[in-house]
Design a protein around this ligand. Structure first.
Ligand SMILES: [Zn+2]
Length: 402
C-alpha cells in the first residue's frame, strides 16, 4: 500500500465534523457529523462489494465473505471523537481496515474465514458519558435499559438521539449470536503516547490496557455574594474542588499512575457569586487494579477531609470502571512474529478491543504518533507510517483468515 493510496482515502473523510479554527473534530455519536461518517463508511464498504449491516446498538459491520458464517476475523475501531479531538483516534483503524481489504485482494488471497470490519458507536463516551458504549452493549456489559436513559449535556437521551437518527432504541442490547461468530478481533489504533517514537518503530502490538475509570465528583456549598460574604462565613465548594484536583494530581504522581480532571461545571457559574455546587469528573488509570483503587481511595479521603474543613459536601460516584485487559498472548505473539518482531507495549487508553477481549481472542496494533498527543488536534501520524500500518493489518488478517 502506497502512502498516496492511504492519503487519498484518508482525505475523503477529513472534512466531516472538522470544527473551527483549531482543526479539531467534533463527531459525537448519533449527531449530524457522526451520521455523515456512517454514510461515508457504508458507501466505501458498498463500493468494495462488502455486505453492510448494523446491529441493534448502532455498530456498523461490513463483511467480506458470509456474514452469517462462524469464526470470522474482525477488525475495526470507531468514528466518533472527543470534543475537539484529533483526526486519527478511531478513524485510522476504520480507514486502515478498508485499505487492508483492498491490499489483500490485490495480493490475490482468498480468506478461509469471513473478514469483518466494524465501526463501534460512542467509543469515546463523549456524548452519553459511558466509554465503549457500543461494544459494551453488544457484549452485554451494559444494561440496555440503563443505556436508553443516558443523557447528553442538553438532556437528550440516547433513546431520543437514536430515534431522531431513525434507529430503533428498543433493539439496544446484547447480541450473543453475532458476538459468537467473531473468532478473533484486531483493532488498529494511533498510538497515544511516544513509545514507538523512542523505539524507532512505525508499528507496535499491544500487550495490555491499564485498568481505568471515571468518577463523578459532586461538591456542594452555599451560593452567596462575592463582595459581602466574609471569608470565614463561606461554604465554597470551588475551594474543595480545587483541593481535590491538587490531591488527585499529587496522588497520581506519588503512585506512578494517571489522574485527570478535565471537565468541570460550576453553578451558577458567575464571576461575582460563590458557587452553590461544582460537579467535576475524575479520570484515573494505573498499571494495576490495586494501585488504581488506592489512588481513588486517597482522592476520596483527602477531598472528604477538605470538605469537612470547608463546611462543604463531597460525594464521589463511579460512572464507569474498566479492569486490566491482558490481550491474548498467543495471538499477540503470532502477530508480532508475523510483523517481524514488532515491539509489544501496554497502553493507558481504553478501547473497544478491551471490551471484546473478555469474549474473543483480541489484539491491537498501534501506529507511531510523532507528537505523542491524542484527544487533541496535534494528534498525528505520517502517511508513510499509516501505509505501513495498513500493510501490517493486512498481514495480520492474512495470517489469521487465509
Ligand atoms: Zn480510540
Amino acid at each position: 500500500m502506497s502512502p498516496d493510496r492511504f492519503a487519498a482515502l484518508w482525505r475523503s473523510l477529513l472534512p466531516i465534523g472538522r470544527a473551527g479554527r483549531d482543526g479539531g473534530y467534533v463527531r459525537h455519536s448519533w449527531a449530524a457529523a457522526d451520521l455523515e461518517c456512517r454514510e461515508w463508511f457504508a458507501e466505501e464498504a458498498l463500493d468494495r462489494n462488502l455486505t453492510v449491516d448494523t446491529d441493534g446498538n448502532g455498530n456498523l459491520f461490513a463483511w467480506w465473505g458470509d456474514p452469517t458464517a462462524a469464526d470470522a476475523v474482525v477488525t475495526g475501531s470507531h468514528l466518533d471523537s472527543v470534543p475537539h479531538g484529533g483526526a486519527y483516534d478511531g478513524p485510522l483503524g476504520v480507514v486502515s481496515g478498508l485499505l487492508a481489504i483492498d491490499e489483500l485482494r490485490e495480493r490475490g488471497v482468498t480468506p478461509r474465514r469471513p473478514i469483518g470490519l466494524v465501526v463501534f458507536t460512542e467509543e469515546e463516551g463523549a456524548r452519553f458519558g459511558v466509554a465503549c458504549l457500543g461494544s459494551r452493549l453488544l457484549t452485554g456489559a451494559m444494561d440496555p435499559a440503563r443505556a436508553r436513559k443516558l443523557t447528553d449535556r442538553d438532556g437528550v437521551s440516547l433513546a431520543e438521539a437514536m430515534a431522531r437518527a431513525d434507529a430503533d432504541p428498543d433493539r439496544l442490547g446484547p447480541d450473543p449470536a453475532r458476538l459468537g461468530r467473531i473468532g478473533a478481533f484486531v483493532e488498529l489504533h494511533i498510538e497515544q503516547g511516544r513509545a514507538l517514537v523512542d523505539l524507532d518503530a512505525p508499528v507496535g502490538v499491544a500487550s495490555a490496557i491499564w485498568p481505568h475509570g471515571r468518577w463523578r465528583m459532586d461538591f456542594t456549598g452555599e451560593a452567596n455574594h462575592a463582595g459581602t460574604t466574609r471569608m470565614t462565613d463561606r461554604r465554597d465548594p470551588m475551594v474543595t474542588f480545587a483541593a481535590a484536583v491538587l490531591a488527585a494530581n499529587e496522588e497520581a504522581r506519588r503512585q506512578d499512575a494517571h489522574a485527570t480532571v478535565g471537565r468541570v461545571e460550576a453553578t451558577p457559574n458567575a464571576t461575582n457569586a460563590i458557587a452553590s455546587t461544582v460537579a467535576a469528573w475524575l479520570d484515573a488509570r494505573a498499571a494495576d487494579e490495586a494501585t488504581l483503587e488506592s489512588l481513588v481511595d486517597a482522592v476520596r479521603r483527602r477531598a472528604d477531609e477538605r470538605a469537612a474543613h470547608d463546611g462543604t459536601g463531597f460525594a464521589l460516584t463511579p460512572e464507569s470502571e474498566s479492569p486490566t485487559v491482558e490481550f491474548d498472548t498467543a495471538l499477540r505473539d503470532r502477530i508480532a512474529a508475523r510483523l517481524g518482531q514488532a515491539p509489544v507495549l501496554p497502553t493507558g487508553a481504553g478501547h473497544d478491543a478491551g471490551v471484546l477481549a473478555a469474549h474473543v481472542p483480541t489484539a491491537m496494533l498501534f501506529v507511531r504518533n510523532p507528537t505523542g498527543v491524542s484527544h487533541a488536534p496535534a494528534e498525528y501520524a505520517s502517511d508513510a507510517d499509516c501505509a505501513l500500518g495498513v500493510n501490517a493489518l493486512a498481514d495480520t488478517l492474512e495470517e489469521l483468515a487465509c
